[in-house]
Design a protein around this ligand. Structure first.
Ligand SMILES: [Zn+2]
Length: 233
């Protein structure tokens, strides 16, 4: 049974023109909320036909494409090459704007452990731990993210059904438990750089993300999230 969510309400909405570093520009309708369970200032960005007023036609349209994006200051703002968050967000904004939907910007820095702890974990990774081992060594669970606020935001926006833009199966499972009907899972691209390959391979192997990450070295092949299920089987 899905959990009964405490109701959140739309607090403000406003139009925000966006322009990214590569010149891509679009317009978003940004929503803020009252009553979010964790009290944090999460945002929803309506894009494409969801950037305009919610007419009956828009409400009747296909389930919107929704990407829950976890805040990453270093990746989103400063272009850190240790992760793929910046390019993931940039891709998501354009893909959502093309078909209509929402980017949920969730203030869950460092998989929910916070910015300083994330940087502590980076320091441990430089000593040889992977991203999940480092979080555990710091006393956190492997992934502290909770999507209750995301589900509340969707509910406040009147969205019971969504197409989910994500490679992370945990997001779909958690949102399902929270009463959101995920009609479809849409995969994002892989944004490989010289310095994030190990991070992406760990996500694919450990987090069961559906990523195709080319591995280097003898017997190199492409690693997918399905490999993890295969290892367990
Ligand atoms: Zn990141």
């Amino acid at each position: 049974m899905p959990r009964i969510l405490p109701a959140a309400t739309i607090r403000t909405q406003l139009v925000l023109p966006l322009r990214f570093a590569d010149g891509y520009a679009t317009t978003a309708r940004v929503f803020t909320f009252d009553g979010l369970a964790d009290g944090l200032e999460h945002l929803a960005f309506g894009l494409g036909d969801r950037a305009g007023p919610f007419t009956p036609e828009v409400r009747r349209a296909m389930p919107p494409l929704v990407r829950p994006h976890s805040e990453c200051l270093t990746g989103d703002v400063f272009g850190s090459q240790r992760c793929d968050c910046g390019p993931q967000m940039r891709e998501a904004v354009e893909r959502i704007a093309d078909v209509g939907g929402f980017l949920l910007y969730l203030r869950q820095e460092g998989r929910g452990i916070g910015l300083y702890a994330k940087l502590d974990a980076y320091a441990l990774q430089d000593g040889g731990l992977d991203t999940y081992q480092a979080n555990v060594a710091l006393g956190y669970t492997e992934d502290d993210r909770d999507y209750t606020a995301a589900a509340q935001m969707l509910q406040a926006l009147g969205l019971a059904r969504v197409a989910l833009l994500s490679n992370n199966p945990d997001k779909a499972v958690q949102l399902g438990r929270l009463g959101v009907i995920v009609t479809e899972r849409v995969r994002t691209g892989v944004h490989l750089s010289a310095t994030n390959g190990r991070y992406l391979a760990t996500k694919a192997r450990h987090g069961a993300h559906t990523l195709d990450v080319p591995l280097s070295g003898p017997g190199a092949r492409r690693l997918t999230g399905d490999d993890r299920a295969a290892e367990r089987a």
